[in-house]
Design a protein around this ligand. Sequence first.
Ligand code: SAH
Ligand code: SF4
Length: 395
Amino acid sequence: MAAVNLLDFDLAGLTAFCESLGEKRFRATQLFRWVHQHGVSDCAQMSDLAKSFRDRLSTTCEVRVPALLSEQASADGTIKWLFDVGGGDAIETVFIPEDDRGTLCVSSQAGCAVGCRFCSTGHQGFSRNLRTAEIVAQLWFAEHHLRRRLQLPEGVRAITNVVMMGMGEPLQNYAALLPALRVMLDDHAYGLSRRRVTVSTSGVVPMIDRLRDDCPVALAVSLHAPHDALRDDLVPLNRKYPLAELLAACERYLAAAPRDFITFEYCMLDGVNDSLAHAAQLVDLVQGRGARAEPLPCKFNLIPFNPFPASGLVCSPRERVKAFAAVLQDAGIVTTIRKTRGDDIDAACGQLAGEVQDRTRVAERRSGRAAIPIIPADVPPVRAPAQQVLERPAR
Ligand code: SAH
Ligand code: SF4
């Protein structure tokens, strides 16, 4: 029987597991801290646990992280890790350092079933849901690897923000996502505030409601079109959950959200969704002049499309993106244009698993045809994110 993976549990799950081993509940908290706060994977080293418990743990459990296939570092400090999750599937995790934060972009599925036209993960198709442990392992690995590599002092964390914007649709893997979010938020683990953990969704309406009830973190909704006809084409899930339903779910979410707005992501596609008329329609959509009665508190994040060969799509010219943003801003909507990070290593939004055969067919990669060395010698030094103290309150 495969050993139990300690990364599969939130604290409640670990408590139940410890109790099943005949241990007191508080032992679970100690164990949880060893694993997530100290990054210790060898139970024998967990010095404040009774020797008999350590021995029991060593024979029944482990901290199992998917094998690292490659690491690539961008000139801008972004790092992309490729992990082998078995069965020929690989997933990607991206670290994006900025002056005041270190953001980890985490995958939730191998592939994605939604199949958005502009997304390379979507073109790849769906392989399988990740387990909780495989989601949490991305954070566990990144946090402790970077702490060592950047030689961060005790109490300083490498990852200050998590965005569920890697491969996959997180709300189509809700059962595994929920405990993973709880681990991210738990003060005995990573202690991230709800505002610093973002779930990005293409609009799985019932699950937006579930997330609001179970674990309301910051919500980003990938909109990409101001009306159903266009969105049906770009984001096929829209045929199931059209815009009016999606915006109503956003409204309901706000009642529990840690931020008082929803972030809408909008990928700028030349000649497809980027005209000034589209921008005006978006304003009407969110400000209640269309189907909605009330304006929806929201911000827009315009994402320059990151091209990949199979899409047949092109990014909007810079001037058009700016003009589009101006229409939204003139209507009083806070609008940002996302800075593209890591595009030299295909780590930018929607480029993950860009080349289906190379990225997901691990066997082929291993055969050397498209191999990337693990931790190549010429990796430029990682710029440390500004140091952030573990207990710092959320802003
Ligand atoms: N499935 C979720 C989260 C992963 S995608 C979702 O769709 O929200 C993360 C973000 O990257 C989404 O906003 C998505 O629309 C965007 N994206 C996907 N492909 C892209 C591309 N080729 N260029 C720019 N952004 C892209
Ligand atoms: Fe899936 Fe998101 Fe890509 Fe759409 S944009 S295919 S939902 S990962």
